[in-house]
Design a protein around this ligand. Structure first.
Ligand SMILES: *[C@@H]1O[C@H](CO)[C@@H](O)[C@H](O)[C@H]1NC(C)=O
Ligand SMILES: *[C@@H]1O[C@H](CO)[C@@H](O)[C@H](O)[C@H]1NC(C)=O
Ligand SMILES: *[C@@H]1O[C@H](CO)[C@@H](O)[C@H](O)[C@H]1NC(C)=O
Ligand SMILES: *[C@@H]1O[C@H](CO)[C@@H](O)[C@H](O)[C@H]1NC(C)=O
Length: 419
């Protein structure tokens, strides 16, 4: 954020607290439904608190997140835990726990875009039981401006515990928080299970247990009687949880979740050509209600992004499917198919904005050539484009910028009324 913005922020505490409670101004945003952009706490509030912990979810809620994200993983004994990585050596104190050293091993596997992961001396969630996992404590990544004072205080949660926390937040803070679980690497977590969609079914059963999903397909619950689910007491009158949204990088799993629940699916994929041309979006629209591409697709553009990642594509084929969509047309193209847009990830202003036009000087593929210089320009661009949701870190900053943008909208809309 620019210094003058910070000064205005201090003077705008009234506006800020309005944003935290509820911005009830009847403003017309460019989102699909015309409402304000919803802010999703990325792994809770990762900028300040170790990710995916009880404290991280509370912090996200207190900073005014609309949705809070958990990433789902499956233990050897079939319990769903919340963790972004499949391995625990980087984000926890597992290396210091003698009885867990037996799980240390090396592994290689190709991901969906053909990149081969090689992990050495790591500890994998699918090798361990829930009892093992409950012994570790989460650590903040070693980034100088992230507070390290909460290291070792909080453990990893189960999906059930995440949902209980969401319930607790709703009751104690008096408003709902959206749940947006991401199933990580279903192909890997489903290896060696009793049947192929085991992970998906367990996630669906858990979400429906909390009343956040209705099961619309044939799921055999009798195979999952060992799944640990807490009793769910009724909520106080007038309050409700949710809503919920699924996300997954795996397109088959996304279609499966759409086929078997009434919960909208966000199609989340970094590099796949299916998101980037008109025919691809038509195909995604068959199952997804939300499209969640990497944010640089909206700024520098798809082609530069794919090139930088070393992803090859067939130019003839892409041209036949309508060509790559220009970055500043992508939101329009997605909205025109009745889907919402959810770009990721918007970091703390102390971090790099992570755009190729900035880091590598690549010319954006839009006519305007726009490339954000700071977090304010970045957020205003995405608000103007009509982003329906944004995955954010440092939700305080994001909320301040959303309030500033709402003030700007209000001025514009008042001027229009006056003239
Ligand atoms: C993993 O590979 C490294 C060499 O790349 C080796 O030093 C290490 O012993 C291996 N670890 C295990 C647990 O096999
Ligand atoms: C589940 O179905 C009921 C009854 O049709 C409906 O009221 C409720 O909104 C649905 N819940 C979800 C989370 O879709
Ligand atoms: C989802 O349903 C569609 C329509 O019935 C079907 O063609 C598709 O194969 C299903 N996909 C998955 C992964 O279940
Ligand atoms: C590119 O796609 C076209 C149409 O599918 C195909 O005929 C052609 O062989 C492909 N070229 C390469 C280099 O793969």
């Amino acid at each position: 954020m620019r210094t003058n913005d910070i000064a205005v922020a201090i003077l705008s505490l009234v506006g800020l607290s309005a944003a935290f409670i509820d911005d009830t101004r009847n403003l017309k945003w460019s989102t699909l439904g015309g409402k304000k952009t919803r802010l999703i706490g990325h792994r809770g509030e990762r900028a300040f608190v170790p990710e995916h912990t009880y404290a991280s979810y509370w912090q996200a809620a207190l900073e005014g997140a609309d949705f809070i994200e958990p990433d789902l993983a499956l233990t050897r004994d079939g319990q769903i835990v919340v963790s972004h990585n499949l391995w625990l050596g980087e984000t926890t104190n597992i290396r210091d726990i003698p009885e867990l050293q037996k799980y240390k091993r090396n592994i290689t596997w190709p991901d969906s875009s053909g990149h081969v992961y090689e992990l050495t001396n790591e500890y994998f969630i699918f090798d361990m039981t829930l009892e093992d996992i409950k012994k570790v404590r989460v650590m903040q990544s070693d980034v100088e401006y992230r507070p390290q004072i909460y290291n070792g205080l909080f453990g990893l949660l189960t999906f059930d515990e995440y949902l209980s926390t969401m319930r607790e937040l709703t009751v104690k803070l008096g408003r709902p928080f959206g749940a947006i679980p991401e199933l990580k690497m279903p192909k890997i977590y489903n290896m060696g299970r009793p049947y192929p969609r085991y992970f998906e079914d367990r996630a669906i059963i858990t979400l429906s247990h909390y009343g956040l999903a209705n099961i619309t397909g044939n799921i055999d619950k009798s195979q999952h009687s060992d799944l640990i689910l807490s009793p769910v007491a009724p909520l106080p009158a007038g309050s409700a949880l949710g809503p919920a949204v699924w996300q997954c990088f795996d397109q088959d799993t996304s279609a499966y979740l759409a086929n078997n629940t009434d919960v909208p699916v966000a199609c989340t994929r970094r590099c796949h050509a299916s998101l980037l041309h008109t025919q691809g979006l038509d195909a995604v629209a068959k199952y997804a209600k939300i499209v969640a591409p990497w944010k640089d697709f909206f700024v520098t553009g798809a082609e530069a992004s794919l090139k930088a990642k070393g992803v090859t594509w067939n130019a003839t084929e892409i041209a036949a499917m309508g060509g790559f969509i220009a970055p500043d047309q992508l939101v329009k193209e997605i909205h025109s198919r009745g889907m919402e847009v959810c770009p990721w990830t918007f970091y703390n202003s102390k971090e790099s904005l992570s755009y190729l036009c900035q880091e590598k000087g690549i010319k954006p593929a839009s006519r305007s050539g726009f490339c954000p210089k700071d977090k304010t320009e970045e957020f205003f661009y995405f608000f103007e484009q009509g982003a329906d949701y944004m995955f954010v870190e440092d939700i305080v900053e994001a909320n301040i910028l959303r309030t500033f943008f709402a003030n700007k909208l209000e001025n514009k809309q008042n001027q229009r009324l006056d003239s």
